[in-house]
Structures are given as C-alpha cells and as structure tokens.
Design a protein around this ligand. Structure first.
Ligand SMILES: *Cc1c(COP(=O)(O)O)cnc(C)c1O
Length: 468
C-alpha cells in the first residue's frame, strides 16, 4: 500500500484514544519540562517516514493532552465532540477542500448552504439571515461587529469601506460590564478603540441592567452598536433581550448578541424563557465547537440582513469569479479567504443528532448542572454563587478557619485538578475567587457528576486539614 496507509494508523490511534478517554485523568499528565523534553529537537534535515513522524507526534503529545473531550472536564466552556462529528472532520481533512468558493469545492458550497438553512431553523432565527462559518466566536463577534460598523456608518452616508475610519462619524459602542473579552478584542481589532466603549453595569447574575442600559443608549448620539450576551461564561445568564431590542430599534442602533454557547439554548423549548426576543437582534455569534459538540474550530456568524453580510468583502480574487448569484462562495460571508470545509462536519453532526439530539444535549447538560448545584450546596461551607439557569455553576468554599478564602479556593481547585477525576478551574466573580463548572459535553452523565462531587468533597477536606 502507499503512504496513505498511515491514515489507518492514525485512525487506530484515534480510536484507542477515544475508547480510553472516559477513564483518563481529566487534566494533562506531564509538566511543561517533561513535555518539552519529549518533543524538543533540532529541525531534521532529512524527513522521516509518515509512520515515524506520526508515532513521534503521538509520543510527544499524549502525556500533554487535556481530556477536554471527555465526560468529566468542566473547565472553561469546552464542549466535546461526538464520534460522528470527529469522523466527518477526518473526511473534511482527507478531502482537503478549499471552501473559499463554489468553484473550489462545489460540495462544500452546497453543504454550507443547507447547513446554514438548518441552523436558522434549529435556532429559530430569521430565515433570510446570512450565515458565515468561521473559526470561533472571536471571529464571529469580529465579523458581526464589523458589519454592524459598516451598516451604522452607511446610514449616516459614510462609506467606511472606501473612506476608512479616519474622519468618520463617531460610533458609540455599548457593552455590558460582563461582556466576553473577545467582544472587546473585536472592537480593538476593528479600530474603534476599547476606551470608546460605554460599559453598562450588570446585575448579580451578570446581566446588563436595563435602567443603566437605557440611560447609556439615550446619551448616544449618532451611529450606535449594542452588544448583548446569551450565556455569561461564569453564570450562564442571558441579558433580557426584549426591552433591549425595543430600545435599540427605536434609536436605530444595531443589536449584536454574543451567544457563543448560549445560542444553542434556542434549540430547547424548556429554555424558551431565556431566549425570548433573541431573534429580534441584527446579528448573532455562536460556537459549534462548544455546545453542539463538534471538533475545533467551528464558529458561526449570523446577520439578519444577508445583503449587508454578503458585501462584507468587496474585493475578490480575480481567479475566483462567482459561478452565479445563486451559488454560495463561503469566503464571502467571513474574513478568511482559503478556508477549511467546516460545513461537512456540521452537516454530519446535525444529521446525526437531529433537532431532538441537540435539544437533548442542551437539556441534559442543564440538568446535570442542577445536580451539581444541589449536591455541592449540601457540602459544609460551600456556597453556590449563581442562579443555575443553564449549564454553568459557580461555587465557593468559605470555611471559618480560612485566613485567605480566595487562596483556599485556588488550592482546592489545584487539588481537584491533581486528583484527576474531573477538571475545573477558578474564576473571579464579583471580586472573589470561585470555582467554575461548565457542563457542555454530550457524554457527561449524572454518574460523572456524582463522581466529580465526591472528588470536590475530598479536595475540600484535604485542604481544610492541611491548612489547619
Ligand atoms: C467562548 C466564548 C467566546 C469566544 O469563543 P472562541 O470560540 O474561543 O473564539 C465568546 N463569547 C462567549 C460568551 C464565550 O463563551
């Protein structure tokens, strides 16, 4: 057989890994020094065989892999990846399509077209919206806010694409105090300047305070962009979209919603009360690599006005003239030009899960988050800090004996991580250190939660003993 047989070696290694995954320690097993010693060498002059290269990769990486695709990894907001989505991802690599234009990959083009339609249907967003497939929510926020910038300036008769930002009318940007860092990064990358952001205070769950929001909006003259959030990374809370959308509309402001993981709540009827009026925004950002449980990197940007979206980039490569107005050129909807055919993965994932499967993942994660909250609150000195409305749980251990409670919580987190049953990290919430749990993996069960709670209990007991 040809060199291609290495694909079988990789498939076998991948299969072995995925079978072991639920039983592996949740965090990486080696230190940076150890990992470097496994991989550090001079760049070889002579190449190795595919087999040698792949075996060296496996040896070099294995002990440094976080089991973040596994069922008891609760750090950050990291979804797993279903077997079907991983298999589709392999095919996307093996087919090696450039999803830039219809002409570079007809299959990638038509599949993106169908996936876009399915996603709008699944999430209940306006059917006529444009959908672009990007690397993640950072790029989705960047793309949406750039289109917002173009649109609000266009309304003032300023063509920012031709004339640039220099001398353009001032743009007001309103964000909540708890907006995600990537929203601010997007504003920074766009040249609007983070100092120009009007930050509105948030309530105890991290939701934008409506009174403060309305005052900030009323004080804005001229072009205005509002950034709201579906799913706070700490609490899971949603901004209250109805009144925000109404005020934004009245003032002619653009409403963008960062729903990196929270947008998937739209697939669950149980969570309807959180997502009400979400479809009244002008743009949305979401990650498929979080709650839809497909491999990295997979985000999407959705713009109500598809014509504005499609005009994101005016210059086209001369060699990639459009095949026709009905033909989808994937790169028209995103900043990237040559790009991975992410649509293949989403297509297989959505076929595999169906509407019900997506709903089940979301509902199951939320139920397990409730179990965590209920059971953790029963442990001595543990306080759950948020209203658990979604998949995020924040808690803090507050023993009377602790001299420095923040340090105590950090040490508990380290013990949990070292123990390896599960992985969770710390965060800062309202000036205090808290432990944070995100349940966003399709394979997590209630039994995983109970096993993890036992590990938390142990870590607290050990830390209490050692600090006495
Ligand atoms: C994860 C997240 C992002 C950033 O997404 P990436 O995929 O890391 O780019 C933005 N906003 C929110 C609310 C998130 O949870």
């Amino acid at each position: 057989m040809s060199d291609n047989k290495i694909l079988l070696t990789a498939a076998q290694a991948a299969l072995d890994y995925r079978e072991k995954l639920p039983h592996l320690p949740a965090g990486a097993q080696a230190s940076r020094e150890e990992l470097l010693s496994l991989v550090n060498a001079d760049l070889p002059d002579d190449g190795e065989s595919p087999d040698a290269a792949i075996q060296m990769l496996i040896k070099g990486a294995e002990r440094g892999l976080a089991s973040s695709a596994g069922p008891r990894y609760f750090g950050f907001v990291i979804g797993g990846s279903t077997p079907a989505s991983v298999a589709a991802d392999w095919l996307a690599s093996a087919w090696d399509q450039n999803a830039q234009a219809y002409s570079t990959s007809p299959a990638a083009s038509v599949i993106e077209e169908i996936v876009a339609k399915w996603l709008l249907d699944l999430l209940g967003l306006p059917k006529e919206s444009g959908v672009g497939f990007v690397t993640g929510a950072q790029m989705a926020n960047f793309t949406a806010l750039t289109i917002a910038r173009n649109a609000v300036l266009q309304k003032q008769g300023w063509d920012v694409e031709a004339d640039g930002l220099q001398g353009a009318p001032h743009i007001n940007v309103i964000c909540g105090e708890c907006c995600h860092a990537t929203v601010r990064s997007a504003i920074r990358l766009m040249g609007l300047g983070v100092k120009n952001v009007k930050t509105v205070s948030a309530d105890s769950e991290g939701r934008i305070e409506l009174g403060a929001f309305n005052r900030a909006l009323a004080a804005c003259k001229g072009p205005t962009i509002v950034c709201a959030q579906a799913g706070n990374v700490n609490t899971g809370a949603f901004d209250v979209f109805g009144p925000m959308a109404a005020s934004a509309k009245e003032r002619g402001a653009w409403l963008h919603i960062d729903g990196a993981f929270g947008l998937w709540a739209c697939a669950s009827p149980k969570l309807k009360y959180l997502t009400e009026h979400i479809n009244e925004a002008d743009s949305w950002a979401a990650d498929a690599h979080k709650w839809l449980n497909v491999p990295y990197d997979s985000g999407m940007v959705i713009i109500r006005d598809a014509a504005l979206h499609r005009n994101l980039k005016t210059a086209r490569c001369v060699y990639s003239a459009s095949a026709g107005p009905d033909f989808r050129d994937g790169s028209q909807w995103v900043p990237e030009n040559s790009r991975r055919a992410r649509g293949f993965v989403l297509y297989a994932a959505l076929r595999n899960l169906g509407r019900k499967g997506v709903r089940q993942i979301v509902d199951n994660c939320c139920e397990i988050a409730q179990t965590f909250a209920t059971e953790l609150a029963k442990l001595p000195h543990v306080r759950v800090l948020n209203r658990v409305v979604l998949n995020q749980v924040l808690f803090r251990v507050e023993p009377e004996s602790a001299i420095d409670t923040d340090a105590f919580n950090k040490s508990v987190a380290l013990r949990i991580q070292r123990n390896g049953v599960c992985w969770m990290g710390t965060t800062q919430w309202r000036g205090q250190t808290a432990l944070r749990i995100s349940v966003s993996n399709w394979s997590t069960t209630t039994a995983d939660a109970h096993q993890s709670i036992a590990s938390v209990k142990n870590a607290i007991e050990q830390e209490t003993q050692s600090s006495q």
